[in-house]
Design a protein around this ligand. Structure first.
Ligand code: PAP
Length: 316
């Protein structure tokens, strides 16, 4: 069997419900859809990852503002992140994906049992898996979980643009938006259903606010300083001066990151995606430029039904 992953994982793949999505196969395990290329790593991480109390986990469904936080969290946690020493800013040379390694895309992709013991504390990780799929020690240790979500309509539009850019960049036909939209409303997309993903972390964050910080992209855009202060306190690294907040926000701003050479020309070595595709408009309400009134109403209805009684709302 290839790369040390148990044979049972590959046998399981053949038994799971399958759908084609954006030209690839997705498999449904315990109610969520995963790319076959990532599922062995997801299952290995779930069984084999051991959390430390000092770890920080960034969790999200795709295209909800994760890259912003992949930049912000390391900058907050890094002692030079809030100083004036711009020359040593890791973001100058590294796409944010490199600063918070992904369990499924990077660490467990080739090896089901990687040795992570030499990573310095605090270790920073990210994952797109739903709450129930997290390794037990992540749920049960004192490590921190930051979750970011976004209006489903903007999330869908961002997801479509991202994958459409990827398929057209290699000369394939554009991904029909109607097809992508119908799949999203049915919950069939990578790491979907989006609404169930959000609900899993939302419910847990209500039960354990000291464990899970639940953030929204819209709040980050509306009052970034307030959200950053909240995040820094949650991570045990409160800001001492206002200038530190400004510094982190500037370093991690879309405008800055988008224009750095590493992000304009670099390619993600694990996924083969151009780094530039992670940075687009970064606005709230971009769905108005992309989907019809009918689509808006349909997705709003799905959202209202799914979130009914949860206290969660996205309205703009
Ligand atoms: P991922 O799930 O592949 O990591 P993610 O970063 O969650 O993607 O989502 C990408 C969105 O975040 C893009 O939104 P858009 O398509 O609506 O434009 C991207 O532009 C936005 N984004 C990336 N970096 C930043 C940033 N530094 N500040 C604000 N938004 C950002």
């Amino acid at each position: 069997m290839e790369s040390g992953f148990p044979a049972a994982v590959f046998t399981l793949l053949g038994e799971l419900p399958k759908e084609t999505w954006c030209g690839s196969d997705l498999y449904n395990l315990e109610g969520f859809w995963y790319a076959s290329s990532l599922l062995p790593a997801i299952m290995a991480a779930r069984s084999n990852f051991r959390a430390n109390d000092c770890d920080v986990f960034l969790t999200s469904s795709m295209k909800t503002g994760t890259t912003w936080l992949k930049a912000i969290i390391p900058t907050i946690m890094n002692p030079v992140g809030r100083t004036n020493d711009d020359g040593h800013d890791p973001l100058l040379k590294h796409h944010p994906n490199e600063l918070m390694p992904s369990l499924e895309v990077q660490l467990f992709k080739e090896n089901p049992n990687p040795d992570l013991s030499d990573m310095p504390c605090p270790r920073l990780f990210r994952t797109h898996v739903p709450y129930h799929m997290l390794p037990e020690t992540v749920k049960n240790s004192a490590c921190k979980i930051v979750y970011i979500t976004r209006d489903p309509k903007d999330t869908f539009v961002s997801l479509w643009h991202f994958f459409n850019s990827l398929v057209t960049a290699v000369g394939n036909d554009p991904w029909p938006m109607n097809e992508a939209f119908e799949s999203f409303c049915r919950g069939v997309h990578v790491f979907g259903p989006f609404h169930d993903h959000v609900l899993g972390y939302w419910k847990e964050s209500i039960k354990r606010p000291e464990k899970i910080l639940f953030l929204r992209y819209e709040d980050m855009k509306k009052d970034p300083k307030e959200q950053l202060r909240k995040l820094a306190c949650f991570l045990g690294r409160p800001f001492e001066k206002e200038e530190e907040v400004d510094k982190v926000l500037w370093r991690c701003s879309l405008e800055r990151l988008k224009h750095l050479e590493v992000n304009q020309r670099g390619v993600d070595p694990w996924l083969g995606f151009d780094y530039k595709f992670y940075f687009r408009r970064g606005s709230v309400g971009d769905w108005k430029n992309n989907i019809t009134d009918e689509m808006k109403e349909k997705l709003d209805r799905v959202t209202a039904t799914k979130f009914e009684g949860s206290g969660l709302e996205f309205g703009h």
